[in-house]
Design a protein around this ligand. Sequence first.
Ligand SMILES: NC(=O)c1ccc[n+]([C@@H]2O[C@H](COP(=O)([O-])OP(=O)(O)OC[C@H]3O[C@@H](n4cnc5c(N)ncnc54)[C@H](O)[C@@H]3O)[C@@H](O)[C@H]2O)c1
Length: 323
Amino acid sequence: MTWLITGGAGYIGAHVARAMTGAGERVVALDDLSAGVPARLPEGVPLVRGSSLDGELVRRVCAEHGVTGVVHLAARKQAAESVARPTWYYRENVGGLATLLDAVADAGIERFVFSSSAAVYGDLDVDVITEDSPCAPANPYGETKLAGEWLVRAAGRAHGIATVCLRYFNVAGAAVPELADTGVFNIVPMVFDRLTRDEAPRIFGDDYPTPDGTCVRDYIHVADLAEAHLAAARGLSRGDVTGDLTVNIGRGEGVSVRELITVIGEVTGDTRAPLVEDRRPGDAPRAVASSALAAERLGWTARRSVHDMIDSAWQGWRLHRGG
Ligand SMILES: NC(=O)c1ccc[n+]([C@@H]2O[C@H](COP(=O)([O-])OP(=O)(O)OC[C@H]3O[C@@H](n4cnc5c(N)ncnc54)[C@H](O)[C@@H]3O)[C@@H](O)[C@H]2O)c1
C-alpha cells in the first residue's frame, strides 16, 4: 500500500505523513508549496512539487509510486479570503477536487480520505454537534468543504471508491516544534502574536449565552488529528470501512475563549488580562463535536489535552518566531 498525501508539506499534512510513516505506512507527498515547507516532511518521504489540480501529474504520480489510497488535504483554507474570492475558492477546492477524483478513478484507486471541516455546520445553535446536525456553512470556504463532501461521496459511489470525510474542529498544537503552524489565522497563534508584541490578548464579545460569556469551541491536537487519518486509512485498507463515512474529529469538550487564554497564560507565564472588544460577525456562541461516531467506526479518540496543545504550540512559536 502506498498513500498519496496531497498538501503533505502543509501544517496538518506533514503531521499525517509523520503519523503514517511512523506506523509503517508508505507515503508520497504532492504539494505545490504555495504554503508548504518541504523540510516538514519525514526523511525518506518523496515530495512531488505540483498541483493536485493537475490531473496528468496525479495520474503519473499514482502510476510511478503504485499509489493505492489518497489522503486529500491540499486546499485553500481562509474563511475571510473565501468571502473576497469565492470563485477562486470554488475552482481550487471543488473544481480541483473533481479533477483529482477523475485521476484517482482512472488509476483504479479504491480508498480516499478527505479533509473536511466543522465549517460545514455554520452557526448551529445546539449543545453538541453530531454528524446528523444540519449543515449550513457561513462562508464560501465552508461551502466548498460541504460541496467537496458531496462530490467525494458521489464519485465514490460511481467509481467504487470507499471514502472517509473527516470534519476537523479547531486544530492546534504540534507533534514537534519544527511542525508547528507558522500562520497567524487561528486563535492560538493570534494570542501568541499579541503577547510577543507586548499586547494583551483580545476577546471578541463576552456577552454570548455561554457560562463565562465568551465563545466555546472544541480544540483538537494536530497529533491526535493525524492519528485519526491513520485510523481512517487503516479502516479503509482492512475493509472495516466501506461505502462512505463522514465523522467529526474533535475532543467532544467545550473550552471557552477565556479558559483558553488562561491556559495560554499558564504556559507562557504571561498572565496579563485580556481586552474585551465587540463581537465579530459570524462567530457562533458554541461549536462542540460529538466524537462518538469516530470512536465507534474508526476506533479513534483524542488523547491529548488542551494544555498539551498550547504547550507544544508555544514551543513551536518560540522556535519559528523567537518569542
Ligand atoms: N488548520 C485548521 O484548523 C483546519 C481546520 C479544518 C480543516 N482544515 C483543512 O485541512 C487541510 C490542511 O490544512 P492546513 O491547516 O494544514 O493548511 P496548510 O495551508 O498548512 O496546508 C495546505 C497544503 O496544501 C498545499 N496546497 C494548497 N493547494 C494545493 C494544490 N492545489 N496542489 C497541491 N498542494 C496544494 C499548500 O502548499 C500546503 O502545503 C485543508 O484542506 C484545510 O481546509 C484545516
